[in-house]
Design a protein around this ligand. Structure first.
Ligand code: SAM
Length: 351
């Protein structure tokens, strides 16, 4: 890895390690990784160089979360790696265990890091799209929503939409300021989700949840909501498609003529220019009237929160729709200045 990349990786890692929520259990792992980064650990350096070579547009924050997940996955099959996540381990012991694990399982680590992405899935994230797409459809008189969820993982969001039971359970823990837009059923005609091959498995998505009681709760919520929304599973079409493959993506979008595209916690995984290019490609292919909805960590995972941004078909201007204080959508959501442009005035979107 070049000196610049090494330095930016170290800076992002140090910032993530100081996250105000302690990243709910990843903190001790990040500290051990920081120790290895500071000492230019040769196995870590070889792994990062190999991954950067194969996936040059991956953001530092994504690479850091993916490293944690890959080591967790290794721990599930190699007992010698489990000590990395031993809750009682002293920091120096954990760093040594991590260094030894990376050296012993270098090839497997590189395989995981070059063939997978962080597929952590938030069971509560669909709350915001439910209200905003419902409001958009009413405001623009859209009677048929053809939905694509980009980076869908197991296809949770396309399944959960319009499920009132799942909505009501999670909506109770989310406060909207100044007021919650009304719940409206979305006139869904198509529920499609795409993710990169190999499509994430339940086992992989489980590994993407951190080693803590907090993440166990998030995981059980996801499992519960997938079960409760099982009736719609048959309506959800999942396809393997790499959105970085521009020709394939353009052909797919032209074929399907989606009028609503959601893309949540995907763009942060890439460097800034790639994010902008992807947004332009996805918005550019929306059928009108159409909505592109994106929720991303507000500060690239180094601080708490999520920003909700929208684009209307035919208009390249980003619309600030909302801010959530927590990327797992527990707590407060505050309406953004442009919300009324999507859901209409006086419906939670202000005037
Ligand atoms: C962090 S998960 C988010 C899952 C879900 N959207 C949510 O917000 O809870 C990001 C997902 O985007 C997918 N992804 C990343 N890059 C992709 C690409 N180039 N093409 C398709 N999917 C991609 C990953 O595989 C992963 O499942």
């Amino acid at each position: 890895m070049t000196g610049d990349r090494h330095a930016s990786f170290g800076r992002t890692l140090a910032a993530m390690q100081g996250h105000q929520q302690g990243h709910h259990g990843w903190n001790a792992f990040h500290r051990a990784l920081l120790d290895l980064t500071a000492s230019s650990d040769p196995a870590l350096d070889r792994i990062l160089t190999a991954v950067r070579h194969k996936r040059p547009s991956m953001s530092d924050s994504h690479l850091i979360t993916l490293l944690g997940i890959a080591v967790r996955q290794l721990a599930s099959t190699h007992p010698d790696v489990a000590s990395v996540f031993e809750p009682e381990a002293l920091p120096a012991e954990r760093s040594r265990s991590l260094g030894a694990a990376l050296e012993r399982h270098e090839t497997e680590a590189v395989d995981l890091l070059t063939s997978h992405s962080n597929s952590f899935t938030g069971a509560r994230r669909f709350l915001v799209p439910q209200l905003l797409i419902g409001g958009f459809a009413r405001h623009f008189g859209v009677d048929e929503v053809r939905l694509l969820d980009v980076g869908t993982g197991l296809g949770a969001l396309p399944r959960q939409l319009n499920n009132r039971e799942v909505f009501d359970r999670f909506a109770a823990d989310l406060t909207w300021l100044p007021e919650r837009p009304p719940y409206l059923d979305i006139p869904l005609a198509v529920r499609h989700g795409i993710d990169a091959a190999p499509l994430p498995t339940t086992d992989w998505v489980g590994s993407c949840h951190g080693p803590s009681a907090y993440y166990e709760d998030r995981w059980s919520e996801l499992v519960w909501s997938l079960e409760r929304a099982a009736a719609t599973a048959g309506q959800v079409r999942l396809s393997a498609l790499d959105v970085l493959d521009r020709a394939q993506l353009a052909g797919f979008l032209r074929t399907h003529r989606f009028n609503v595209i959601t893309c949540n916690f995907v763009l942060y995984q890439y460097e800034r220019e790639v994010r902008q290019r992807l947004i332009a490609e996805l918005v550019g292919q929306l059928a009108a009237p159409g909505l592109f909805l994106s929720m991303e960590p507000s500060h690239d995972l180094v601080r708490q929160g999520s920003r909700v941004t929208g684009y209307l078909a035919g208009d390249p201007r980003p619309l600030h729709l909302a801010d959530a204080e927590d990327a797992h959508f527990i707590g407060r959501v505050t309406a953004g200045a442009d919300l009324a442009a999507v859901i209409g005035p006086g419906t939670g979107g202000g005037s």
